[in-house]
Write a protein that binds this ligand. Structure first.
Ligand SMILES: [Fe+2]
Length: 382
C-alpha cells in the first residue's frame, strides 16, 4: 500500500545554453521582469547580457536589482520589493546562488501580498508570489524547485523559514554554463549542502517512495561527482551531474523537509555568519553518528547508493562505514573541519541548541534529540 502526496509544479529545463530562452519563457508569464542577481559574477561571465538580450528579443521590459548578498536579510528583501513595485514588474528572474533565489521568492511573495516580509513566516499568504524564473549558478540549495526561502532576521537573531507552496518557482533553468565559474570552496560547500538535503530527505519521517527514489539518485550523483566538480571546473559532466543531483534532492526535501543537520546549522549562520553549506558539511557526519541507533537500515541504503562496499554485511556495519566516508569527504574538501576554527565559542552552544531545537526540521529527524544531546553534538565537532 502506497500513500503519499507529492508536489513539484516547476517546469524544469535542463540544457547547456538554456539561459538564452529566458525571454521566451518570460513572455509566457508577464511583461516586465525584475532581474535579481548577486555580486557581479553573472555580469563578468556574460550570462546577464545573454538574459537581457533574450528579454529584448521578446519585448519584455526589465529592471535589475543587483548586489543581493549571501544569507540575505529582511532589509535586502525590502529594497527588492520597493524596486519591484516602483518599476511595476509583474514577474521575477533570479539568477544566482540559493541566497539570490530565496531573496527573489520573498520579494515576489511580499509584493504580491502587499505584506512586510517579517510577517510572512507566520501569516498564511493569500496570493502566490509573482511568477519566478529561477536560474541557479551554484549546485546546492535547489531553491529553484523548492517551497522554501530562508531570510535572516537579525532583530530576532534567527533565520526566518518561509515554507509554502505559494513560493515554488514557475520555471527552473538548469544551464551548466552558469555554474562553470563557481570557485572550488563554493562548489564544495554548496555540494555538501545538496548531499545533506538528499540524506536528510531520505531519512525524514515524512519520506515517501517518491522522495526516497529522488534522494537515492541524488546521493548517487553527488557522491560520485562532487570531488571532480570541486577540483576541476572544466569537467562539465561532473558540474552537470551536480546540478542535476542537487535538483533531485530539492524535489525530495521540498516535500519532506530537511532534518537535524539543518536545525543545527542555521544558528551557526545567524551567530557567526558561517556559510550554510560549510556549516552542514561539518555537522553531517556527527549528526549521522548520532542518528545511527534510530535508522541503521536506511543509513545502510545510503551507504550502498554511495558505492560503499562494506566487508561486513550488517546494516550497522554499513551505517558505520557511511559515517567514516562522510568524515573522509569533509577531509578532502577545501572546507574548514571544526567549529573551533570557525570561531564558535563554547558559551554559545546552549543558546544555539535551544534555537535549533524549536525548528520544524528537528521533529522529522529519525532520532528525536534533547537540547543537551544537541549541545553534545556541537561539542564533538568543536
Ligand atoms: Fe540546505
Amino acid at each position: 500500500m502506497y500513500s503519499f502526496e507529492f508536489n513539484a509544479p516547476t517546469k524544469i529545463i535542463c540544457e547547456r545554453g538554456a539561459i538564452a530562452k529566458a525571454g521566451a519563457l518570460a513572455a509566457e508569464l508577464g511583461s516586465k521582469a525584475l532581474i535579481c542577481t548577486g555580486g557581479g559574477s553573472l555580469k563578468r561571465n556574460g550570462s546577464l547580457d545573454i538574459i537581457i538580450n533574450s528579454l529584448n528579443e521578446n519585448n519584455i521590459g526589465y529592471a535589475v536589482y543587483e548586489g543581493i548578498p549571501s544569507d540575505p536579510e529582511i532589509k535586502d528583501v525590502d529594497i527588492g520589493v520597493s524596486v519591484c513595485v516602483e518599476e511595476k514588474c509583474d514577474l521575477l528572474i533570479a539568477a544566482g546562488g540559493g541566497s539570490v533565489i530565496d531573496c527573489a521568492k520573498a520579494i515576489g511573495l511580499a509584493a504580491a501580498n502587499n505584506c512586510p516580509v517579517s510577517e510572512l513566516e507566520c501569516l498564511k499568504p493569500k496570493h502566490p508570489m509573482l511568477p519566478l524564473i529561477a536560474i541557479p549558478t551554484t549546485a546546492g540549495t535547489a531553491s529553484e524547485v523548492t517551497k522554501m526561502s530562508i531570510i535572516t532576521d537579525n532583530a530576532k537573531k534567527k533565520k526566518t523559514v518561509i515554507a509554502t507552496d505559494k513560493i515554488i518557482p514557475s520555471v527552473a533553468v538548469l544551464d551548466v554554463n552558469t555554474t562553470l565559474s563557481m570557485p572550488p570552496e563554493v562548489a564544495a560547500a554548496t555540494g555538501m549542502d545538496a548531499l545533506t538535503h538528499a540524506i536528510e530527505s531520505y531519512l525524514s519521517d515524512k519520506a515517501s517512495v517518491m522522495t526516497q527514489m529522488l534522494a537515492l539518485e541524488a546521493i548517487r550523483l553527488i557522491s560520485r561527482n562532487l570531488h571532480s566538480s570541486v577540483y576541476n571546473n572544466k569537467n562539465i559532466e561532473a558540474r552537470e551531474a551536480m546540478l542535476l543531483g542537487q535538483m533531485y534532492a530539492g524535489l525530495g526535501f521540498s516535500n519532506t523537509s530537511t532534518a537535524l543537520v539543518h536545525s543545527m546549522s542555521r544558528p551557526l549562520g545567524v551567530y557567526y555568519g558561517i556559510p550554510h553549506g560549510e556549516a552542514n558539511a561539518v555537522l553531517l557526519p556527527a549528526v549521522m553518528e548520532y542518528n545511527m541507533p534510530a535508522c541503521a537500515h536506511k543509513m545502510a541504503e545510503i551507504a550502498k547508493a554511495m558505492g560503499i562496499d562494506s566487508v561486513l554485511k550488517g546494516d550497522t556495519d554499513y551505517a558505520k562505514a557511511l559515517v567514516v566516508r562522510l568524515y573522509e569527504m569533509l577531509d578532502t574538501l577545501p572546507l574548514r573541519k571544526r567549529l573551533g576554527e570557525m570561531g564558535v565559542r563554547l558559551s554559545d552552544l546552549e543558546a544555539m541548541a535551544e534555537s535549533g531545537y524549536d525548528a520544524a526540521s528537528t521533529w522529522v529527524n529519525p532520532r528525536k534529540p534533547t537540547i543537551d544531546e544537541m549541545v553534545e553534538i556541537y561539542k564533538k565537532i568543536m
